[in-house]
Design a binder for this molecule. Sequence first.
Ligand code: PEP
Ligand code: MG
Length: 602
Amino acid sequence: MTGQPQEVRCKGLGVSEGIVIGQVLRMHDGTQHVYRWRINDAGLEPERERFRAAVNLASRRVQSIKEYAEERLGKDHAYIFDAHLLMLEDEKLTGDIERHITEKHTNAEWAVKVVGDRLLSLYSEINDEYLRARGSDVEDVMQHLLVALSGDSDRPRDLSEDGVIVAQDLLPSAVAELDLNHARAIATDSGGWTSHTAILARGIGIPAVVGLRDFFRRAKTGDRIIVDSNRNEVILHPSESTLSVYQTEAAKRVNVGRATASQDRSPLLTADGVEIILRANVEVPSEFEGVEQFGARGVGLYRSEFLLAHGGVLVSEDDQRLAYERIAKLGGDDGAVVRLFDLGAGTLRDAGSNQSQDQEKNPALGLRAIRFGLRNEEMMRTQVRAILLAAKVGRLKIVLPMVADVSDVSRARAIVDDESANLTRAGIAFGEVSIGAMIEVPSAVLMAESIATMVDFFELGTNDLVQYTLAVDRGNDEVADWFRTLHPAVLYSIGQSLNAARAAGIPAIVCGEMASTPAYSVLLIGLGATELSMTPSAIPRVRRTLAGINSEEARAIAKDCLSCHTADDVENLVRERFSALWPDLFPPTSLPASRVVNPQLT
Ligand code: PEP
Ligand code: MG
């Protein structure tokens, strides 16, 4: 094939509205697929030369990460990178890789992988735990080399004006230092409506298409790309005629789809006078101004794991305190809820995660969220201290992610009490914080009554509640058809949890993505919710919807939904009843067809 590469169209799931024409910026999530190809005699020296250039590039990058880490985290943490630099300068290691290229006639990537794997297996046999854990340094260095060989960036902080982030998946720690002001769109291989990539894209208001399967492999940094979330599609190497169609369309669509600021600060009442409180979910600073702009009543959920530096390096206590102070101020009189790190094994580099944890077979069911915190107690204590100190300047609450029952709550509470006592003993001023539980796994729903006696409030994480109740991975597009937010089992679990909170006299905030979808928000009110938390830009449309409905009617519909047998039955019922009762709020085209995968309900 010569000349212009062929246009390639890939279907995925548009999870944040809009269309963007830009350039690919590939971003690695830490796992590289390595392929082998044969190098002939004449190609060997250029291949070795390519490898040497990659070593130089990787060293420069590690050096700059080290300087960045020193600035942000202090010298104590930056030493990790000295070990990486030493490895890159190690002539035995680089010599072995060059020799492998020569003797086996293979590409440099393959040689890096073979020599790296050999070294890793030596580390894994070492008896000393500390030295064994150094295996992760070998992995990091190999990763840097592979990224350098691929010609990609592993930390694109300086995005060009039209950069479209293309990744297999975007982990919170990778997002943490992205220059989101310049990211124009996101396209990822994995993910669904409730994946963090989707949540974040909607939060910062840029188009995103997820679930593209093997798009990452096909795209190269610098390729022209069109992200068309409205058609659930990305187009690589668009032809001239495709480009001109999109350029015309883009010109027409400027700013369409962006929510406008809401000036309305009056209490939100349903048509029959029930007060509903709408709060904000936030992850990264670029979302912060939306809290005030869209009239949120404080921060209902701060996903603190987005604080981690690139590569999963933990942020110091002082930096955490500053971040939580900022969140407390953002919440103002209505306060802010900080969720303790919702991390999984393998996402954090210096909290003692080891090789075997990194390779969990079932990470969603593994050492994550509150379990990870309790296992890495020092990390949790540091975070709790930072929150207690920040609570001096504003109203902060702590919410515990993914508790299974009261034992998780009491262990976490003991740590908060202990850290409060330590601060008191040391004469250091701090603020009181109340403690809530995320209700997002089936056991927490079943034990909601007893958990309610141990906490000050509930937060219902419907994203995980759908995932765990229906046993459907929320990030796996293969099973997206089974991810049914309106499944009767999910609605039943929400109703049960809200009832338990009401019986115990504690508030409950529903903070999953369900709350930000107008039709779903009506059902939540019908199930008894009075506080919802969502991405700030969703607030005006949810506000408009809830102001126009009658809560008693919503209750009657929700009750009928609970006696349905399938998600299809619920959706049919919702369609019929909503369009009959509120035709202006829900014209037929705005209601789901027969399946809600991408619920763009307005
Ligand atoms: C949820 O699970 O619904 C939730 C709010 O948290 P996250 O999406 O971060 O898991
Ligand atoms: Mg969750």
